[in-house]
Write a protein of this length. Sequence first.
Length: 395
Amino acid sequence: MASTSTIPALPVADALYDRALGHLPGGNSRTTLFVAPHPPYATSGRGHVLRDADGREVIDLQNNYTSLIHGHAHPEVTEAAARALHAGASFGLPTEHEIELAELLSQRVAIADRWRFANSGTEAVMVAIRLARAVTGRDAILRFEGCYHGSADAVVQHGARGVPQGVKDDVVTVPVGDEAALVAALDAHGDRLACVVFDAMPNRAGLRPADPAFVTLLRTETARRGILLLWDEVLTFRAGLGGLQGQYGVEPDITTLGKIIGGGLPVGAIGGRAEIMDAFDPRRDDAVGHGGTFSANPVTLAAGTTAMRLLDATAIDRLNALGDALRERLAAQGWTVTGQGSLLRVHVPDATALWWRLWAKGVLISVNGLLCLSTPMDEDTTAAVADAFESLDQE
Ligand code: PMP
């Protein structure tokens, strides 16, 4: 934990946390946001600046775990969401918004001409696994060690409490990037595997882009065994117009999106080719069920469509160049930094200490060392971030 001298006084947050402890286990609702002794509280944000309840303004490189690609309260995204909200928060009928976002995503994701919308990346992965099981008639899945795909039973980390043995029995785990272990596992379990769940740059496993040769092997070896490749692009879709899968030039069978495609509101999506996705077609007697009171919520989808239109190729290229330059500058200062483009991860032995030291300098990152850029940032912003890191070195 950070020494208390690096933690700024947070009288308002302390009081809020005391109140929270009486009603929320550990004082909040998201395990992934906790930083000891307790996090500050956010009150508002504009562009790349977040303001906390104690009045501190910080450069936000956390961006709600990378989902705020246009930063906070982008005027056009906010306007789109507000317009949709004024027309009615949600309906028990479909709306044109889901058609619009599906059309836009189909133009960008080569393999996906059909989409289903959900409320989170977790839900998207969960439903995509159900789809893979239904289509293949197989129960097991293969995943890679240490990678995060949300909190559904089948994909939480090895040994997680509360996961039934029956679920664990159907999960095969292979070390990240290990070709021999992958082929051995496919040889041993191939005929019972519905899908391989894959993230080409998994944050929790270090945010290192997969070796293209590994990805090609994965595609070839799954295809020849009739195993679906589920490419989880929830975190990495910001990498390019067609996400990371577009860069690798490999065609998965199913993909999951989330985060940036909701304009900052709760979202998840499952995409794929018609012959797979049409398993959801409710006109079929054997349709795979997928509902959700708030799935394809019009406010989310209106905000998301606007956010995605604003994120054109020029915006992505600019953001990636800015991220690459920041990574180089931090590396030159001696930090171990991984990632690609606008996603960066700083590796330190004590991530909590780094978190508080940066907070004290006016920079917000994720508690696991993940940083991401947003379109309101420019060279001045990343220079300020690099200066904050540099000043830590000299402390
Ligand atoms: N898959 C990946 C690769 C993710 O990074 C995340 C979230 N960090 C998820 C799935 C789960 O998404 P959500 O938090 O929206 O449930």
